[in-house]
Write a protein that binds this ligand. Structure first.
Ligand code: ATP
Length: 459
């Protein structure tokens, strides 16, 4: 899929206007995402991931790692430092270029990012602004006890530079040769002028980035390849095709390092917006760090006896932002047995818990067997164990947090050694012998994935 999917922009208007409110409220009520420092009035634009959110976010990152590293033989991982010296950001161009245009509204004194407001103050409607000035988004701090210029350090605003400055380390220790990639998942920090839309734009967030090093001249074809792979990843994990599109950047929109960028966009409640950028960074970064450090960052190809600086294709996604897209697209309300229910139709690989083990009654007689079943499943899947309230209520609670399967232990189980497995989406219930339970769950889990196993043929 390499062409821009040109869908009707008006489609945005069809999205339920309350969706955002409902999802945000579900996140708080059920423990996905909390406002950070809430007991002190909250710290703007920072969020804490609760017991369910930490599982969901981890599953998003694991699904990315699985597809980008585990299932490939040409990509290796890295976990680089978050604190870094100014030299890195001087060479990368971030000290000079990583800025957003900041304007002040002369009427109400609020501050805005000029490229996001269409010339009108969202606070008071005025069109009278100060001249835009370049505001650098990097968080600056000091390393060590002296707060002088020599101690300045930055929190990384992207994970990518870690891959470029470790290019030689990875090349020499892994015996990889272009085309090959280095992948990293981790926190990044940007002093956003207007953080907004829940976890869509925050000052502290997580990224999933991969730098794919290729021989010069092969950049465009690998760019196309990675655009296809990345679109497929979102679709395989359940984002409907109608809520996903590709948008190629116009020449005047490209970052200072890019020879071509395509964004994967999701249909958020406020319209189409970016989930991931896939850029052809050419040899910009390796050349810049090579020149600034004095260390030659290139590759000697023994087959051709040629030395070259590889070009780089970078799929750069946001983990926290993507988690939000998965939540929005999974949110659904339907009716079961004449009663309304809220259900998160999350892909089993993403759901915070895959299985809930529910003894039918609180009576002590069921507890030992129910715990035995729980301990059987726990090494294979994330499980919740819930004994409170009636079984119907407990099913609803699991539907609402996206648990694909409930396993109910009842009084018959004590006699026939079988349990009931209930499916979240169809609500269908089947009886399964306890001895076959893990296999049955495994089969269902894998079936949820049959499509994502196959990555398109490598070039
Ligand atoms: P934007 O134009 O939205 O500011 P960007 O184009 O600068 O984003 P990139 O530098 O390409 O973003 O970063 C790659 C990905 O990291 C983005 O597609 C997004 O998913 C994520 N990301 C970037 N900034 C933030 C943020 N402030 N909060 C959450 N996620 C972010």
């Amino acid at each position: 899929m390499t062409e821009t999917v040109d869908r009707d922009r008006d489609a945005a208007a069809n999205v339920d206007g309350d969706l955002m409110e409902r999802v945000v409220s579900l996140c708080k009520r059920r423990g996905f995402v909390f406002q950070s420092a809430e007991i002190y009035g909250g710290f703007r634009s920072t969020y804490d991931y609760g017991p369910l959110g930490v599982n969901l976010l981890r599953n998003v990152k694991n699904a990315w790692w699985r597809s980008m590293v585990q299932l490939r033989d040409d990509v290796v991982g890295l976990d680089a430092a978050i604190l870094s010296p100014p030299a890195v950001w001087q060479a990368s161009g971030h000290l000079a270029n990583f800025t957003d245009p900041l304007v002040d509204c002369r009427n109400c004194r609020s501050r805005w990012r000029a490229d996001k407001i269409d010339g009108t103050c969202p606070n008071c409607g005025s069109t009278d602004f100060t001249e835009a000035r370049a505001f650098n988004l990097m968080f600056k701090t000091h390393a060590g006890p002296l707060e002088d210029e020599g101690a300045v350090a930055y929190l990384r605003p992207e994970t990518a530079q870690g891959m470029f400055i470790n290019f030689l380390n990875v090349l020499q220790t892994t015996r990889k040769r272009p085309p090959f990639g280095i992948a990293q998942v981790g926190k990044s920090f940007r002093n956003e002028i207007t953080p907004q839309n829940f976890v869509f734009r925050t000052r502290e967030f997580e990224q999933m980035e991969m730098e794919y090093f290729v021989p010069p001249g092969e950049g465009p074809k690998w760019h196309e390849y990675w655009i296809g792979e990345r679109m497929k990843w979102y679709l395989d994990l359940g984002i409907p095709e109608a809520q996903l599109r590709l948008r190629h950047h116009a020449a005047d929109e490209l970052s200072h390092y890019s020879a071509g960028t395509a964004d994967v966009e999701f249909l958020f409640p406020w319209g189409w917006d970016e989930l991931e950028g896939i850029a052809n960074r050419t040899d910009f970064d390796l050349k810049a760090h090579g020149a600034a450090s004095g260390v030659r960052l290139d590759y000697f190809d023994p087959a051709t006896n040629e030395r070259y600086v590889p070009h780089v294709i970078e799929p750069a996604a946001g983990a926290t932002r993507t988690m939000m897209a998965f939540l929005l697209s999974a949110y659904d309300e339907d009716e079961v047995g004449g009663e309304p229910r809220t259900v998160l139709r999350l892909h089993p690989r993403l759901a915070p818990y895959q299985v809930a083990v529910l003894p039918l009654s609180k009576k002590d007689t069921l507890e030992p067997l129910a715990r035995e079943v729980l301990h059987m499943i726990q090494p294979h899947f994330m499980c919740e164990y819930d004994v409170t309230q009636g079984i119907g209520r407990r099913y609803r609670r699991q539907d609402e947090i996206g648990t694909p399967w409930c396993v109910t232990v009842d009084f018959d189980s004590l006699v026939d050694g079988a349990v009931t497995v209930r499916d979240r989406d169809s609500t269908e219930q089947v009886r399964v012998p306890i001895g076959e339970l893990v296999d049955e769950l495994r089969t269902r889990f894998e079936a949820g994935h049959s499509r994502s196993e196959k990555s398109s043929d490598q070039l």
